[in-house]
Design a protein around this ligand. Sequence first.
Ligand code: 13P
Ligand code: SF4
Length: 305
Amino acid sequence: MSKRVVTLAHYYTTPEIQGMADKVGDSLELSLFARDAQADIIVFAGVRFMAETAKILNPQAEVILPDAGSTCSLVTQTDVNALRAWRERHTDYVHVSYINSSAEHKALSDWIVTSRNVDDIIAHLYAEGKKVIFSPDRNMGAYLNYQYGYDMPLWSAVCEVHDKFNEAALQAAFAEVEGPYSLIAHPESPLPVLKQAHYVGSTSGMLNWVKAYQGAVTAPIFVATEDGILFNMSQARPDLDLRQAPIYAGCQCNSCPYMKMNTIEAVRRAQAGEGTRIDYLSPEQMDAARLPIERMLEFSQRYYA
Ligand code: 13P
Ligand code: SF4
């Protein structure tokens, strides 16, 4: 009997890769889809922490990452032993971690969040009178502290793609526009950029914002996130003037090298059962990492159902 293969692709992959997928989405949507997939093989055209999350949520399936090099700077900048020591210095805190983290990192966390639900989960914890530490994304944590007046101690890693967005370059781009404009941004961007934004949210959140946009179609919309999703946005609203936010004056370009390792050949090979199998996590490691992820999924289902 032939194997059931399900292919998932993140919005940051190229249009061709998205076209090869059964489901395209943000981290939360892809995690839920992976958990519920009736599949023998899940090909994850994303990055390693996403494929690991899929394996943790659907351990029966064989999960394949098309290219072994598809990591994420938020993972590689976080030394798990140093993180453990940091966690031990904050024993009376709830440890909230962004899903862009290794399985070992997740196992040291009380809650996992994605950019879609981070605001609501942390608000919920503060409403219960808890104190929170946040890892690994320093920019996202700084934004939450600024936006809601929290004083969360932060781990200090960044997304090497979003961290390049630059306030001065943005101001220069805004100055060239006559009339109104908007900026939408992913919360992995630096705080001075996020402070200028009309909307801050996940990849799906930004896409939905663009779909629902009611302003003047001639007013430019600057998008501070990875370039892949510009394709989805311009498909949804070809009438709009969508521009990638600059990373330095005149340069509208910012691409995640790890997401772009998902080439057509690599995804085809993975669909044929070749590639990096996520088979190195022990049942104990997966159980420990699953707990904080399931807490998030349960919260999401309760609040966003
Ligand atoms: P989303 O959860 O918003 O899709 O973000 C994932 C990611 O890696 C952003 O850089
Ligand atoms: Fe990681 Fe940044 Fe690439 Fe997202 S865009 S996978 S956070 S390096």
